[in-house]
Ligand binder design. Structure first.
Ligand code: HEC
Ligand code: HEC
Ligand code: HEC
Ligand code: HEC
Ligand code: HEC
Ligand code: HEC
Ligand code: HEC
Ligand code: HEC
Ligand code: HEC
Length: 431
């Protein structure tokens, strides 16, 4: 694709090869003392491919699969300079750009909406402005801290691929590795006062296992929660929003309980107060007990019934489970005795639905709300129990019926035998 480059870039990188490679090779020396004619991008590639230092040849080798090459941009689209057609760094030819200048370099095109629309109108053009709001950008700008991530740490120069390409450094399953190159490096992060365990914890978490082991892209990864370019820890108040993007039922209930605001005021990080943020573990009902002790009692005294709601919820869920076990046992007993109860056993599975809803309603912090969800579950178990008991009664009835029938038959047989005996005796008597 040959779209129009902004201003002079087009002249620099797209100009048809006016200069032959030979001419370039002869005329051009790196960092020349005097102005010389600029080779075209093809020349850069041809010469750099032959250089023995991998630092100099690798860019030319990997560039063909880079998105910029794919859309028809050449080396000079980044290494070219504004207004000059000379290979003089003083005149703007960019050798390897300094780290602090990289956001501006990429921004020449990526912040230019009119230019980018020629290629892909749906592509965002806020990466650079977002970047400057991130902790990375702020430290780079205000402190000249070049250890932070710049564009090329997450999108390696000369091998930049769209996020949808599974080989891209920012494809979801590759993101933990991309961030971890710095965030898991305790030497690099020394003295900064932040932990270096995010990738390790994330990898173990339910989300990490889902994405990295099962390949399920619906799980969040680093940039889902931290933003693609505005990387900063979510403030306490926005944790609920981050998680609520996917777990909206829990977030709605949490809001309705009034505790979202209360948690913020007390400096508790919303959902992460109970679930953590990087090392989110699978949940179970026992969490209701542990969180009562560690969370509810931070604000509610032990004798405040409000603070005991999680324990009451656990009791309710436990009695539903017990009811399920009980009715299942009854139905299975009937089934083992040969009674037809498969429909009832099948219907009992619907309780799972009610249990799930009830567990989601935990986030209302109120046993009354949970009971609204467990109620249909109890109705199902009650019905199943009744069916099971009726089947058992039916079985008993049939067994009694059989016994009576058998007795009846025996009596008849006995009667017949007696009759036959009597007949025989009469015959003998008559002889
Ligand atoms: C005739 C061969 C040749 C051509 C053509 C050529 N280069 Fe180079 N380039 C070199 C050599 C040799 C070096 C290493 C020079 C040095 O280290 O001083 C180099 C170094 C570089 C560097 C690294 C500078 C640094 O900071 O270490 C960059 C960037 C570069 N070239 C980009 C380009 C671009 C872009 C083009 C096309 C406009 C190009 N080169 C054309 C041979 C060439
Ligand atoms: C999308 C922008 C972009 C394009 C296109 C581009 N480069 Fe670069 N190039 C950079 C950046 C940014 C750096 C600095 C990398 C760093 O600091 O690690 C760089 C560095 C280099 C270096 C020095 C490598 C080093 O590790 O010091 C060479 C050589 C180079 N580029 C050659 C090329 C050649 C040849 C092409 C075309 C095949 C090309 N570049 C296309 C952005 C680009
Ligand atoms: C000369 C203009 C220009 C410069 C400079 C430039 N890009 Fe691009 N970039 C483009 C164009 C055009 C596309 C292709 C958009 C498309 O069609 O998908 C692109 C695509 C991308 C994509 C893939 C987007 C997608 O989803 O398809 C990434 C990532 C990217 N560039 C990052 C960078 C980075 C990082 C730098 C700086 C090192 C940079 N670009 C410098 C013009 C530029
Ligand atoms: C801390 C890592 C990181 C840094 C730094 C970073 N990016 Fe990205 N970038 C990402 C991730 C992750 C995505 C993938 C988003 C997705 O999955 O859609 C992305 C996507 C993109 C895209 C594709 C379009 C889009 O917005 O989703 C472009 C273009 C891009 N980045 C350019 C840049 C530029 C320019 C810079 C420097 C100002 C930069 N990036 C800095 C991580 C980073
Ligand atoms: C090139 C190294 C590097 C890469 C790659 C990198 N970061 Fe960073 N990041 C840093 C440094 C350095 C800091 C500054 C830490 C400080 O001093 O507070 C930082 C800060 C942060 C912070 C703010 C932490 C705080 O509380 O101050 C977040 C959040 C963050 N990075 C997320 C990410 C994510 C997500 C990715 C990947 C998409 C990523 N980073 C990739 C180096 C990197
Ligand atoms: C499910 C959302 C989520 C995911 C996924 C996630 N984070 Fe975080 N991260 C958070 C939250 C929330 C905080 C802030 C917690 C607080 O303020 O108490 C945070 C804090 C951070 C911090 C600040 C220091 C710290 O550890 O508290 C860094 C750095 C960071 N995350 C990097 C990462 C990296 C790297 C990844 C990917 C491996 C990642 N995060 C994945 C939600 C997430
Ligand atoms: C006060 C502690 C607490 C807070 C705050 C909290 N949760 Fe929970 N969450 C729990 C407990 C306890 C469970 C386990 C319920 C059960 O299985 O009995 C749970 C379960 C879950 C589940 C699994 C539900 C299921 O049945 O599979 C998800 C997902 C979840 N919470 C997300 C969130 C989100 C999102 C937020 C913030 C909007 C949040 N939680 C806030 C305590 C909390
Ligand atoms: C991009 C969507 C997304 C985001 C954002 C997200 N999650 Fe999840 N989460 C999932 C998916 C998908 C699952 C696995 C399926 C399920 O249980 O719902 C999951 C599972 C969970 C579980 C385990 C439930 C269980 O059955 O054991 C908890 C707890 C949880 N998430 C809490 C959180 C918290 C807390 C946050 C915010 C810090 C968060 N999630 C952010 C998508 C997300
Ligand atoms: C950050 C402090 C804080 C924490 C932690 C907290 N609460 Fe509360 N809660 C309050 C305050 C303040 C009120 C309103 C005053 C009141 O009615 O006592 C309240 C009210 C309630 C109410 C009554 C709501 C209504 O609409 O009347 C219930 C129920 C409740 N909390 C349950 C819980 C449970 C269960 C937990 C643990 C999962 C918990 N709270 C944790 C501060 C907290």
């Amino acid at each position: 694709m040959r779209a129009r480059l902004p201003g002079v870039w087009s002249a620099l990188s797209m100009a048809p090869g006016a200069l032959a490679l030979v001419a370039a090779a002869v005329l051009w020396r790196p960092a020349p003392l005097q102005a010389q004619a600029l080779p075209v991008s093809e020349d850069c590639v041809a010469c750099h491919l032959k250089l023995s230092d991998p630092r100099l040849s690798q860019p030319a080798k990997s560039f063909p699969s880079d998105i910029h090459s794919q859309v028809g941009l050449g080396c000079l689209s980044c290494h070219g300079s504004g207004g000059s057609n000379v290979l003089d760094p003083a005149m703007g030819f960019l050798h390897a750009p300094a780290r602090k200048d990289i956001p501006a370099l990429c921004g020449r095109c990526h912040s230019d909406g009119a230019f980018m629309r020629q290629f892909d109108p749906s592509l965002r053009t806020d990466q650079v402005s977002e970047y400057w709001t991130s902790v990375h950008g702020i430290l780079l700008r205000t402190k000249g801290d070049t250890t932070v991530a710049t564009c090329i740490d997450c999108h390696p120069a000369h091998d930049i691929r769209p996020p949808t390409d599974p080989l891209s450094s920012v494809y979801p399953t590759n993101v933990p590795k991309t961030c971890g190159r710095c965030h898991s490096d305790s030497t690099l992060m020394a003295g900064r006062g932040i932990p270096t365990d995010q990738v390790e914890k994330y990898t173990r978490s339910v989300h990490g296992q889902l994405l990295l082991v099962k390949g399920d892209l619906s799980a969040p990864v680093c940039n889902t929660c931290h933003g693609n370019h505005g990387a900063a820890p979510p403030g306490i108040a926005s944790v609920r929003n981050v998680c609520g993007n996917c777990h909206s039922t829990m977030a709605d209930n949490f809001d309705k309980s009034g505790h979202e605001r209360l948690f913020d005021e007390h400096g508790l990080p919303g959902c992460a107060t109970c679930h953590n943020h990087h090392d989110i573990e699978p949940v179970s009902d026992s969490l209701l007990v542990t969180r009562t002790a560690t969370v509810c009692r931070q604000c509610h005294a032990a004798d405040d019934p409000n603070g005991e709601q999680f324990l009451l919820i656990k009791k309710d869920l436990d009695s539903l489970s017990a009811a399920v076990q009980q009715s299942k046992a009854t139905l299975e007993q009937a089934q083992n005795l040969g009674m037809e109860v498969s429909t009832a056993l099948f219907e009992l599975q619907d309780v799972t639905n009610a249990e799930t809803k009830a567990r989601n309603a935990v986030h209302s912090f109120s046993v009354a709300t949970v009971r609204k969800e467990t109620a249909p579950g109890f109705a199902i178990t009650a019905k199943a129990d009744a069916t099971g008991k009726a089947a058992l009664r039916e079985h008993t009835y049939r067994r009694e019926g059989l016994a009576v029938f058998t007795l009846f038959v025996l009596i008849i047989i006995a009667g017949l035998l007696l009759k036959i005996r009597a007949g025989e005796a009469e015959e003998q008597h008559g002889e």
